[in-house]
Design a protein around this ligand. Structure first.
Ligand SMILES: Nc1ncnc2c1ncn2[C@@H]1O[C@H](COP(=O)(O)OP(=O)(O)O)[C@@H](O)[C@H]1O
Ligand SMILES: [Mg+2]
Length: 295
């Protein structure tokens, strides 16, 4: 039975009367947002491929597509989900009906279309959304959030609500400047720790140079910020071909250089769990997201 169908089983029979806030329990689901200042830096592809790499290591992964404008996790996987999280918010569908299976071990919550402001929901919508998401902590080991680019309030809410935040950047000066802008806004919003991932790099030197530029600026202007170098993914034509083929590169071309570095990255992430365990699960995430009560 896949995760989506286990969830369907679990929520079967649960009526609107059970929709109420319950005590939040800590569990082991890691919630990681993947974000950037500038668009087109590779977030969606990194999310899809990291998810595949985690699943390859036996992890159960849920992708939350939070890019309302350019929702394209489904395109990278070549799936055509019928419903999205907006249907859950409107009460038309249960979350279990909306979650789509993208690949073995990888499920997706498709993005709501338009401008759904998670912090602007009615109390009733917030409670039912909390209740819908409540069971997920038992079903997934990792939730990856694919955010939109930029510093819109929705993106900041998603990033601040997640326990871990990976900022994707390329060597392009505009991408570096926008990454700094994103880190600054998040920092002023209360996030202290960021993991920097350089994508489409020509090598470790370029990646380290990008990191040095950002960490120097951050050290100077954002006192107390921690910017961790997570590594880099090389520029790789195979990754582009995989997008055309509608299946993640780690699946289509496992031997490609981008695939190898993503698999290595997945190992590295699994080996370094967050230090603030206990508040990192999906229930806490949703609570922070919809209350705007960020850390
Ligand atoms: N490592 C890479 N090497 C080559 N092309 C890449 C790489 N990562 C992403 N791309 C390409 O960059 C484009 C934008 O990627 P995407 O994941 O949609 O970015 P975002 O989600 O940040 O907007 C896509 O055409 C994708 O194929
Ligand atoms: Mg994207």
């Amino acid at each position: 039975m896949d995760q989506a169908s286990s969830l369907r089983e679990m929520v079967k029979g649960r009526g609107a009367s059970s929709v109420r806030r319950r005590t939040l329990k800590a569990s082991s689901t890691r919630v990681i947002s993947i974000t950037s200042g500038k668009g087109g830096v590779g977030k969606t592809n990194i999310v899809a491929n990291l998810a595949m790499a985690f699943a390859g290591k036996g992890k159960r992964v849920l992708i939350f597509d939070a890019d309302m404008g350019l929702a394209n996790v489904d395109i990278v996987f070549g799936i055509h989900p019928r419903y999205h999280v907006g249907h859950v918010i409107s009460g038309e569908k249960e979350l279990s009906e909306v979650i789509a299976t993208a690949s073995e071990g990888v499920d997706v919550i498709p993005a709501a279309s338009g401008d759904t402001a998670f912090a602007d929901l009615t109390e009733g919508q917030k409670l039912s959304l909390m209740a819908e998401f409540e069971g997920l902590d038992n079903l997934y080991d990792i939730m990856l959030i694919d955010t939109a680019a930029g510093i819109s309030s929705n993106v900041i809410y998603f990033n601040s609500a997640a326990e871990e935040c990976i900022v994707v950047v390329t060597g392009e000066p505009t991408s570096v400047t926008d990454a700094y802008g994103m880190i600054k806004v998040m920092f002023l919003n209360g996030t202290k720790h960021f993991k920097l991932l350089v994508n489409m790099a020509r090598g470790i030197q370029e990646a380290k140079a990008v990191y040095a530029t950002l960490s120097q600026a951050a050290d100077r202007f954002l006192k107390g910020v921690v910017l961790e170098f997570l590594g880099y993914i090389p520029f790789d034509d195979h990754l582009r071909q995989a997008v055309v083929g509608r299946s993640p590169v780690v699946k289509q071309y496992p031997g490609a250089c981008s695939s190898k570095s993503i698999i290595k990255l997945a190992d590295q992430i699994l080996k370094s769990p967050p230090s603030t365990s206990g508040t990192g699960n999906i229930s806490f995430f949703m609570d922070r997201l919809i209350s705007g009560n960020n850390p």
